[in-house]
Design a protein around this ligand. Structure first.
Ligand SMILES: Nc1ncnc2c1ncn2[C@@H]1O[C@H](COP(=O)(O)OP(=O)(O)OP(=O)(O)O)[C@@H](O)[C@H]1O
Ligand SMILES: [Mg+2]
Length: 280
């Protein structure tokens, strides 16, 4: 059984109103999308802007309610969950957003931002929580001197590391990453990407990795789901999609990408962050 099984997922949004203000036009953002993600697998979702990638990611976490379809996470029917059950499930499915500036509260110190999920969802006492927060910062390559800082005092790459530490706090098995490095300086993208890849290996994490940069996809993904206009065009292993794409759309998407980073080569250059590293 896969960790995540999605079948027939659809969502339409209204795109117009009649003279009386009633919604009268509906367009599909996502149409009949099905896929699975195994434990520890990174599935990249690629496609042009507006293809429906973010909508799929958000529906998996039920941040957007699907119109139709089923979502099964670790054998649990996600769409049937309510209130507390859904909150408990969300501990095991986390999300990392594109813009780390807007995903962190500017008035919260790093230590408090990372501790927040533990305060809300765990029964840890304050001392255990402090230890866990320090450990999490270490895991993402930030030293303890960042604990008392505010988001405005950190770089984009450091902020995204804090967001990753927060997402890891409750030991999730799946993280939905929506363009997690797109807002970062090109020079730090590879470092944050390598951190995500190291965490995947260390904790057996599965990722639903929304990304339009195919060079990055080739580095991090195990498999690829290609979407266009809300629908799945093709799905395959990362090697197969890059070497022998079967669909014209995928071939065009690949042709539009500049020189790809050879798989794994980026790791050696950027150097994976290690405990105690200052981050980026
Ligand atoms: N809340 C909404 N209301 C109306 N239309 C929406 C809403 N959210 C998304 N859409 C539409 O659904 C389609 C898919 O959007 P989505 O954000 O999922 O695309 P995407 O593949 O993530 O694109 P990008 O690469 O630009 O982030 C788009 O046409 C978009 O305009
Ligand atoms: Mg998007």
């Amino acid at each position: 059984m896969s960790l995540l099984e999605v079948t027939g997922l659809s969502k339409s949004f209204s795109s117009g109103r009649d003279l009386l203000g009633r919604r009268n036009r509906w367009t599909y953002a996502v149409r009949d999308v099905s896929f699975t993600i195994d434990r520890g697998e990174c599935l990249a979702v690629v496609g042009e802007s507006g293809a429906g990638k973010s909508t799929v990611g958000r529906m998996v976490l039920r941040l957007i309610e699907p119109d139709t379809g089923t979502i099964t996470f670790d054998g649990v029917d996600v769409r049937s969950l309510k209130g507390g059950q859904l909150r408990r499930l969300r501990q095991r499915m986390q999300m990392i957003f594109q813009d780390p500036y807007s995903s962190l509260d500017p008035r919260m110190r790093v230590a408090d931002a990372v501790a927040e999920p533990l305060v809300v969802h765990s029964t840890m006492d304050a001392a255990a929580r402090d230890r866990r927060v320090a450990e999490l910062l270490d895991t993402v390559g930030l030293g303890s001197r960042y604990l008392a800082r505010y988001p405005a005092e950190l770089s984009g790459g450091q902020l995204q590391r804090v967001a990753i530490a927060r997402a890891l706090a409750l030991n999730p098995s799946l993280i939905v990453c929506d363009e997690p490095v797109a807002a970062l300086d090109v020079s730090v993208r590879a470092q944050v990407l390598n951190l995500l890849k190291d965490l995947q290996e260390e904790f057996g994490l599965a990722y639903l990795f929304v990304c339009h940069d195919l060079a990055l996809v080739e580095v991090i993904a195990d498999s690829v789901l290609v979407m266009a206009a809300g629908q799945v065009v093709e799905r395959g292993g990362v090697e197969q999609i890059f070497r022998t794409p079967s669909q014209e759309y995928t071939k065009r998407l690949l042709a539009a990408t500049p020189v790809p980073i050879p798989r794994h080569a980026a790791r050696g250059h950027a150097g994976a962050p290690h405990p105690g590293a200052t981050g980026v």
